[in-house]
Write a protein that binds this ligand. Sequence first.
Ligand SMILES: NC(=O)c1ccc[n+]([C@@H]2O[C@H](COP(=O)([O-])OP(=O)(O)OC[C@H]3O[C@@H](n4cnc5c(N)ncnc54)[C@H](OP(=O)(O)O)[C@@H]3O)[C@@H](O)[C@H]2O)c1
Length: 303
Amino acid sequence: MKTIPFLDMQASVIGIGCMRIAGMTASELDSLVKSALDHGINFFDHADIYGGGKSERVFGELLKSEPSLRENLLLQSKCSIHDGLYDCSKEYILRSVDGILERLHTDHIDSLLLHRPDALLEPEEIALAFDELQKNGKVLSFGVSNMNRYQIELISSALNQKLMVNQLQMSIAHCPAIDAGINVNTMKDEAVMREGGTLEYCRMNNMIVQTWSPLQKGFFQGVFLNDPEYAELNAVIKELAEKYSCPEDTIAYAWLLRYPAKIQVITGTTKPERIANAARAAEFSLTREEWYRLYKASGKTLP
Ligand SMILES: NC(=O)c1ccc[n+]([C@@H]2O[C@H](COP(=O)([O-])OP(=O)(O)OC[C@H]3O[C@@H](n4cnc5c(N)ncnc54)[C@H](OP(=O)(O)O)[C@@H]3O)[C@@H](O)[C@H]2O)c1
C-alpha cells in the first residue's frame, strides 16, 4: 500500500470512511477493519455526527474488545455540524472532542477536522480550542473539510498548528475543484471561482487532500458505476479495468489517486471484499491520456 507521512506514522493513501457503519454488527465491522488492515489500510475517517454518534460508538466497541488494534490505526474525526447549524466555537469543539474520545474508547485521535465552514467562526477561538486539545494530548493534528483557500488562510492566521488536511468531495463525476482549474479564463460555468485555487493552494502548502464520496455522482445521489446516465464513462472504465486486470471501481479510485496532490481517497464501502478493489488502485498509475479520457467521458469538455 502506498503511504504518505502522517505525524510519526505512514498513512495509507486509501482511508476507510465510517459514515455508513452505524448499522453494522460487531462481527461485520470486525471483518471490515481486518480486511482494511490486511490490505495495508490504516486510516479511518469519522465524524461526531455520523449515525448520530453511533458510527463512532460501534467502532469504539471494537477498539474496546481488542485494544491492541488502536496502535496500528490512525483515527480521524470531524466536528462543527450539530442541530441544523455549523459551529466552530471553542466550547463546541472541546465538547465535541470529549464525546468523540468517549465513543471511540480512545484517549486521543490522530486528526481532527473542522467539518464545514461556520460563517460565524472566530479564528482566535478555534486557536484556543486547538491549543488546549494539543496540550492535553487529546488531538495530535488538525485540518479542515469543505473549505477554500481563503477560509484555510483565515483560520490559519490565528493558529499555532499547521492545518494538515482539507477533505473535499471529489469523484470523476463530481470534481468542481478540478473543473475550475481546467476552465480558468473561459466563459464556461465551470470557470466560476467556486472552488478555484483550492487544490493548488493545498498542493503549495503541502496539505493532504482527502476525497470524500469517491464513487458518488453528486451529493449523495448514488454511485455512477453501472449507472446508464454515465454509460460513456462506464464504457471507458470497463475498458481500462480490462487493461489493468482489475475491478471497475478500482479505476474510479485510481483516477483520484492520479491527481498530483497528496491525495488520500476516503472510500465509504462497508463490504470487506470491496476494500481490496480500493487498495488495488494504489498499485498502478493511470496515464495522462487515460485520466483525461475518463474526465471527458464523465460529460466534461475541455475549453
Ligand atoms: N467531509 C465531508 O463533508 C464528508 C461528507 C460525506 C462523506 N464523508 C466521508 O467520506 C466517506 C465516503 O463517502 P461515501 O460513503 O459517500 O463514499 P462512496 O465510497 O462514494 O460511496 C459509498 C457507497 O457506495 C457503495 N459502493 C461502493 N463500491 C461500490 C461498487 N463497486 N458498486 C456499487 N456501489 C458501491 C457503497 O456500498 P457498499 O457499502 O455496499 O460497498 C456505499 O453505499 C464517508 O464514509 C465519510 O467518512 C465526508
